[in-house]
Design a protein around this ligand. Structure first.
Ligand code: MG
Length: 349
């Protein structure tokens, strides 16, 4: 059993319990207390906060909407936790779509017996991450399920943002000759969560790259204009999964150069130990972009100014070679880079 959970023996007396009980999810006084005192109070409470829907007003421009679920294990890992991950993960999907994140909803599915103190830590982490992303948590829900029906805590989110102009041309705009850029070293999140879960005890511990991307993506959009074709955060399946999606959508081949792919020595060491290719390992604060050749220098300048010193051109889009993604390995030989079939690392986000 997870250390964050304690067995829920007798459900009474519930008023003084230090764990979440089924009564907290029944919609009565305890539910209201839990939601009002531990959650809503962290996000600027108002009388409307307990209403059935939030009034988010009117917006000029086109809206972007996304949804995501977070089931990461363990809930706390070096460089982040499920709370900040839920906020950044959702905001980043809006950011790489070319939108400024504005609103977030938060649904918690809590296993009976989950520590209230741990819940407070997660909510505090959500609050801090939302402040950093300048995103408002406008609605939420809480459900409690019996022991064994969930693993501690799952979070589901929805995010809404406003598209920034000019819009990127997107997947349909990918052309032969375009450059493929990565914003920083890859594989950090997946390796950090995996090492933490399995107790590998690397010293110092591998750190996740979990972080908000919207400042970087917005600066990139501003400095590149139409030379920025598309962006994607390289989460599950890593950079390899993104490149396969782009190859399928464009009908072109993504040609990578292994020696150009930034990987930190600690991630490289851990990957070799575990027999994993960092190209398949998840990132939570690193994205891939397709850029017209004229935009390459401006893109690298923009990313490096935003603290991404290791941003790099890792490949080129070429006319189809009958293989979706090919990689020039260190020795100069060309190999297909297979599409990840399943998740090599389960429950990393
Ligand atoms: Mg994404």
């Amino acid at each position: 059993m997870n250390a964050d959970r304690q067995p829920a023996a007798c459900p009474l007396p519930v008023e003084t319990t230090d764990v979440v009980t089924l009564a907290h999810g029944e919609g009565g006084r305890l539910s209201r207390q839990l939601i009002r005192e531990r959650i809503v109070s962290q996000f600027g409470s108002s009388r409307e906060a307990m209403a059935d829907a939030a009034d988010i007003g009117t917006v000029d421009g086109s809206l972007a909407m996304t949804t995501d679920s977070f089931v990461v294990s363990p809930l706390f890992f070096p460089g982040g936790d499920i709370g900040s991950l839920a906020v950044y993960g959702t905001a980043n999907d809006l950011a790489v779509s070319g939108a400024r994140p504005l609103w977030l909803t938060l649904s918690l599915i809590i296993e009976e017996g989950f520590s209230l103190q741990t819940l407070d830590r997660v909510i505090e982490s959500v609050r801090q991450a939302a402040a950093l992303c300048e995103i408002s948590v406008v609605a939420g829900d809480t459900k409690v399920v019996p022991v064994g029906a969930a693993d501690g805590l799952f979070i589901n989110t929805a995010g809404v943002g406003r598209f920034l102009e000019p819009r990127m041309s997107g997947l349909g705009g990918i052309e032969a000759g375009d450059a493929i850029l990565v914003s920083g070293p890859i594989g950090k999140h997946g390796m950090a969560v995996m090492s933490s879960r399995e107790g590998f005890g690397f010293t110092p511990p591998l750190q996740s790259d979990s972080a908000p991307l919207q400042k970087r993506t917005a600066s990139l959009q501003e400095s590149l204009g139409e030379d920025l074709v598309t962006m994607r955060d390289a989460t599950r399946g890593g950079v390899a999964a993104v490149l396969h999606e782009w190859a399928e959508a464009s009908g072109m081949t993504m040609r990578l150069k292994e020696s150009a792919v930034p990987v930190t020595p600690d991630v490289r060491g851990a990957s070799e130990l575990l027999g994993l290719d960092p190209l398949y390992v998840a990132n939570e604060g690193t994205f891939v972009a397709v850029v017209r050749p004229d935009g390459i220098e401006r893109a690298l300048d923009s990313l490096r100014t935003e603290g991404h010193e290791l941003a790099a051109v890792i490949g080129t889009v070429v006319d189809t070679m009958n293989t979706a993604v090919v990689i020039e390995r260190m020795l100069g030989t060309l190999h297909p880079l297979d599409e990840p079939a399943g998740a090599p690392l389960p429950r990393i986000c």
